[in-house]
Design a protein around this ligand. Structure first.
Ligand SMILES: Cc1cc2nc3c(=O)[nH]c(=O)nc-3n(C[C@H](O)[C@H](O)[C@H](O)COP(=O)(O)OP(=O)(O)OC[C@H]3O[C@@H](n4cnc5c(N)ncnc54)[C@H](O)[C@@H]3O)c2cc1C
Length: 305
C-alpha cells in the first residue's frame, strides 16, 4: 500500500457511476488508495426507475448511486470527489490527470469508467421525454408498457431488430421511419403479417398524453402510444481520455479491453458502457468495474512482489 499525499494515488477511477463505484468497492476492500473523480451525469439519470436489476428492481437511479456511495464509507482508502477530468498523460511512474479546475492528480493505475452519451435526434419533445416515455430498451422499461400500443422510431435493420425483439412485449406496433423506408421486403412482409404499421412521414412533435405519448406527424396524422421506442444512432464518449492515453478504440467505437478489462495501454483499465457497443446494462457495468478493480489491484500486488 502506498501512502497517499500530494494528490497521489494508487488508482484513480474516472467516472463514479455503476462501473466506477463498483471498481471503487473492490479497490476499497483491497485497501488501495483510490480516488474516484466523477462528473455527476450517469447515463440513466433521466429515467425514474432502474429495472432488471437483481435485488434492486425498480429503484431510482440516484438512489442506487446513493447506496453505492454509502457502502463505500467504511473503506477509508477510497475518496469520492466531484470533478471532471479533462486531460490524462503518461508519466515515468504512472499517469497524471488534470481536472477542469486545473487540479492535478498522480496515479499508478487508471480505470476509465466514463460511460457514453446518447446523441438524440432533433425531434421536438424527444429530449424532454427521453428516459420516461421515450425508452430505448424493452428489458429495462418494456414491462411497464407491456401489451400497450407503441411507436418505434427506426428504419432499415434497426426496425427489423426492434420488430423481432418487441414482438414479445407488444402486438400493436407502428414504425416511424422518418422518411423513405429502408426496411427490407422480407421484413416488411413479416411486419404486415404481424399487423405492424410503417409510417414514413417525419415526426413533428412528441408530447405527453395521459400516461403515454402523443405523436404528431408532419402530414397531420396523430398517434397515441403507451411509449415510443427509440435508440440513438450514435453513442459518443463523454471525453477524449482514452484517446489521449493512446488506448485502442475498436471499429465499433468502444475502448478495446481484454478479459482483465485492461486496455491496450499498460496500467489503464476501462469498464462499463464505454467498453462494449451493446449490453448496456447496470449489471454489466458493475461487473466490468469489479473486474477492472480486481485486476488493477492484482497488477499493483504483482509489481510490488
Ligand atoms: C434512459 C436510460 C435508462 C436506462 N435504464 C436502465 C435500466 O433500467 N436498467 C439497466 O440495467 N440499465 C439501464 N440503462 C443503461 C445504464 O444506464 C448504463 O448501462 C449504465 O449507466 C452504464 O454505467 P457506466 O458506469 O458505464 O456509465 P454511466 O452510468 O453513464 O456513468 C459515467 C459517469 O462518468 C462521469 N464522467 C464522464 N466523463 C467524465 C470525466 N471526464 N471526468 C469525470 N467523470 C466523468 C459521468 O458524469 C457519469 O457520472 C439505461 C440507459 C438509459 C440511457
Amino acid at each position: 500500500m502506498v501512502a497517499n499525499n500530494n494528490n497521489s494515488y494508487e488508482v484513480i477511477v474516472v467516472g463514479g457511476s455503476s462501473a466506477g463505484l463498483s471498481a471503487a468497492l473492490t479497490l476499497g476492500r483491497t485497501m488501495r488508495h483510490t480516488l474516484v473523480l466523477d462528473g455527476g451525469a450517469p447515463r440513466n439519470k433521466p429515467a425514474g426507475h432502474a429495472h432488471n436489476l437483481f435485488t434492486r428492481d425498480g429503484t431510482p437511479p440516484a438512489e442506487l448511486l446513493r447506496i453505492a456511495r454509502e457502502q463505500l464509507v467504511p473503506y477509508e482508502t477510497v475518496k469520492l470527489q466531484e470533478g471532471y477530468v479533462t486531460t490524462a498523460t503518461k508519466t515515468d511512474s504512472g499517469f497524471l490527470l488534470t481536472t477542469q479546475d486545473g487540479v492535478q492528480y498522480a496515479t499508478k493505475k487508471v480505470i476509465l469508467a466514463t460511460g457514453v452519451k446518447d446523441d438524440l435526434a432533433d425531434i421536438p419533445g424527444l429530449q424532454e421525454l427521453w428516459g420516461s416515455r421515450v425508452i430505448h430498451c424493452p428489458y429495462c422499461h418494456g414491462w411497464e408498457v407491456r401489451h400497450q400500443p407503441v411507436c418505434v422510431i427506426a428504419n432499415g435493420e434497426a426496425a427489423e431488430h426492434y420488430g423481432i425483439t418487441l414482438s414479445n412485449w407488444h402486438n400493436d406496433i407502428t414504425f416511424l421511419t422518418q422518411g423513405e423506408s429502408t426496411i427490407s421486403t422480407a421484413t416488411f412482409d413479416k411486419f404486415k403479417e404481424k399487423g405492424y404499421q410503417v409510417k414514413t412521414a417525419a415526426i413533428a412533435s412528441l408530447e405527453k398524453s395521459g400516461s403515454g405519448v402523443k405523436v404528431k406527424l408532419e402530414d397531420g396524422e396523430e398517434l397515441t402510444a403507451g411509449a415510443v421506442y427509440y435508440r440513438p444512432e450514435k453513442l459518443r464518449f463523454h471525453n477524449s481520455l482514452a484517446e489521449q492515453l493512446g488506448c485502442d478504440i475498436s471499429p465499433d467505437g468502444v475502448v478495446t479491453v481484454g478479459a482483465a478489462f485492461d486496455t491496450t495501454v499498460p496500467g489503464v483499465f476501462a469498464a462499463g458502457d464505454l467498453t462494449h457497443p451493446g449490453l448496456h446494462q447496470l449489471y454489466m457495468a458493475a461487473m466490468g468495474g469489479h473486474l477492472a478493480g480486481t485486476n488493477a489491484n492484482r497488477q499493483l500486488t504483482q509489481e510490488a512482489w
